[in-house]
Design a protein around this ligand. Sequence first.
Ligand code: SAM
Length: 294
Amino acid sequence: MDLIEDHQHQQERSEPYPGTLYIVGTPIGNLGDLSPRAKHILKTASLIACEDTRRSGQLLKLIKSKVPLLSYHKHNYKSRQSQLLDILESSGSLALISDAGLPGINDPGQELVHAARCNSHEVICIPGPCAATTALVISGLPSERFCFEGFLPKKQSLRKKRLEEISQEKRTTIIYESPHQLIKLLEDLSISCGKERPIQIARELTKRYEESIGKTIDEVIKYFIKNKPKGEFTIVLGGNNNKKDRISELEALNKLNILINKGEKSNIAARKVAEETGYEKKWLYSKLHKRLDK
Ligand code: SAM
């Protein structure tokens, strides 16, 4: 079927279909990115589930939609589920949107989709903007294989483990981060991946002050120390292309201890291990001093 025929076919079927859950992508900044089909569903569905009714109310006002909104977010998704499934059961159509972007990608959605599928309801996605893939395709980093991490854990032990995994990952990795945590994340990445690892940071995608900052972890840290991070950020990190796999932190620290025990000066030992392993000299040195302070 060619494109025009397919378009006619879609129109004849006249969406929204009864008993169907629509996952609708909405703009991540530029309202021009709301597709005509998304607009149509948001004007004709029986109900729209959204994260924040005030925020989504503004979008509906703009497109002159009178469809009722119901909040659906991380604090109430369990209690809302049966109410939403009842709509599908009674042959209504349901649209799910998030504050911005694609529901289900670091936003509420996957539980509702799972429940709808378990109850044999149709689920259709109206594709739309997604910060992760938008940042990836403009990064210039390999995009044929990639992984998505969303926000890294805050809890120290989990975060350390995740950073270690990311440092070994050969594929391009996409990470979300808030502006006030960005420099901390970049410093953590510098320790685990080395300061020369390629990186591209997308700021304020699709918005007026959109920009893209690269090319190494060291360069972007310097940039953000001078230019306080403001707005929304998606981080695209190049994969680990070291010929040799990077050794673990513990192994690097053991190498350091061996050199020190052989009588090497601590700053020289830290430099040698940094060169050999790719770990930051500053980090190795700080570990050494923590140990000596004890
Ligand atoms: N579901 C959304 C999507 O598909 O894009 C992502 C929601 S997640 C809760 C929000 C995070 O996405 C932000 O903290 C930021 O890291 C990233 N993000 C959202 N909009 C962005 C934009 N315009 N530019 C850069 N990053 C953005």
